[in-house]
Design a protein around this ligand. Structure first.
Ligand SMILES: CC(C)(COP(=O)(O)OP(=O)(O)OC[C@H]1O[C@@H](n2cnc3c(N)ncnc32)[C@H](O)[C@@H]1OP(=O)(O)O)[C@@H](O)C(=O)NCCC(=O)NCCS
Length: 157
């Protein structure tokens, strides 16, 4: 299927547009104890008709151990494959830099199910939220972990 959107690495001028993609999801509180910074050199954005409509970032907790940071797609552009493409781009980027496992914290049940279904994440723990961030109806993060080699094997099937 032809994609209507394009993906690219974030640039220094993208910070505000990235935060606007996160605002509808209450994930724009940066800097905060929950999210200290946006590392623009570890961010991808999705553009539709020249506008940034989605963004996703990552970091490293240790050599070989990647961590997703933020991911958000403007609600009016959900379910077009943008979130999936952004997630794939950051997983590939982490894998290219040596990640063998990737940790993700998520709160919305629909999103947790999405991570498990498409990337083979499994639940490894819970973390109380430090303050309002994400869905305020959910007081904790579910910590998820994926194995990069297993994901590649599953994708190649
Ligand atoms: C999770 C998210 C990035 C998915 O983006 P997207 O562009 O809609 O995703 P895609 O089109 O690639 O995939 C759609 C899938 O997302 C799921 N989904 C999760 N939340 C959704 C939402 N609010 N609206 C539509 N679909 C949603 C759908 O069930 C669908 O699942 P399926 O592929 O198994 O059918 C997006 O819903 C979002 O920004 N959510 C809120 C922020 C958030 O929780 N981010 C993750 C932080 S860890």
């Amino acid at each position: 299927m032809t994609r209507l959107f394009t993906l690219r690495a974030a640039r220094p001028g993208d910070r505000d547009a990235i935060l606007e993609c996160l605002r509808p999801w209450n994930m724009h509180h940066v800097p905060s104890p929950e999210m200290a910074r946006i590392e623009l050199d570890r961010f991808f954005v999705a553009e539709l008709a020249g506008r940034v409509v989605g963004a996703a970032g990552y970091t490293f907790l240790a050599p070989g151990h990647g961590k997703t940071t933020l991911l958000g797609v403007l609600p009016q552009h959900n379910a077009l494959g943008i979130g999936g493409a952004l997630q794939e781009a950051r997983v590939e980027a982490m894998a290219a830099q040596g990640a063998t496992k990737i940790t993700t914290n998520a709160d919305r049940p629909q999103v947790i199910a999405w991570y498990k279904k498409h990337w083979g994440y499994r639940e490894v723990g819970k973390l109380p939220k430090l303050h309002s961030f994400g869905d305020d109806a959910v007081p904790e993060w579910t910590t998820l972990e994926m194995d990069v080699a297993q994901w590649r094997a599953r994708r190649a099937e």
